[in-house]
Design a binder for this molecule. Sequence first.
Ligand code: ADP
Length: 250
Amino acid sequence: MNALEIKNLSYRYSDGTEALKNISVSISEGERVGLIGPNGAGKSTLLLHLNGLLPEESMTSVISVFGTPVTKPHLPQIRSEVGLLFQDPDDQLFCPTVFEDVAFGPSQWGEPREALPAIVSQALTQVGLVGFEDRTPHHLSRGEKRRVCLAGVLACRSKMLVLDEPTSDLDPRGRRELLTLLRRLPLTQVIATHDLELVVELCSRVILLDKGTVVAQGSTVDLLSNEPLMLAHGLEKPHILRHAHPHISH
Ligand code: ADP
């Protein structure tokens, strides 16, 4: 069974903007896939479809996640399985303490109150934030905030992680820590990003979107090494692939 199956998805915003045109994509369980393309290509719009965050009229049975169609009756299940990390962690963190933020998801999905401390502690350990329970999320660094969001997703035992520009606001150390963390997590991951070096290091496959359509998909090294293709879609061949024989293991 595929983790994600999208067949002929088109989406138009209420103002008439045609953001996605006939998208078909499938992602296997455990795969890490990079979603790349210039600004306005449709990456965020596509990610929002993966757990049914766009208005209901857009939902049809063309998308399925672990075999379950993304339709209204299935949304609670889909939203527990698909952990979406927004571009701005401040949009995601809204509780007075880290504990409450990380515990929010699992308590929504019915975990008993007494189970929450152990769940939160385990999730914080996984993201390297042991002992952060009583801290105030909005006083943390950007990298720490991102890791709290990730802990929130892990606490829900999500099976697929969907990240929108996860490194755009991180310093090199924060970026490296996040990269190491993502590489260790054995979840299916879909990562929309302009950070093509990150894609090379993390993802075995990429999907290139432009103007709402999939213009290419395939092996990361093959696609990102294709300089004419990259330039034609507002991107650049990453430095890491400028050497003749890159040795990259995923
Ligand atoms: P990306 O994430 O690749 O930058 P988006 O999915 O944000 O692309 O945008 C795809 C297209 O949809 C763009 O033309 C953008 O202007 C448009 N768009 C995005 N959000 C909205 C919205 N809420 N209302 C109308 N148009 C939108």
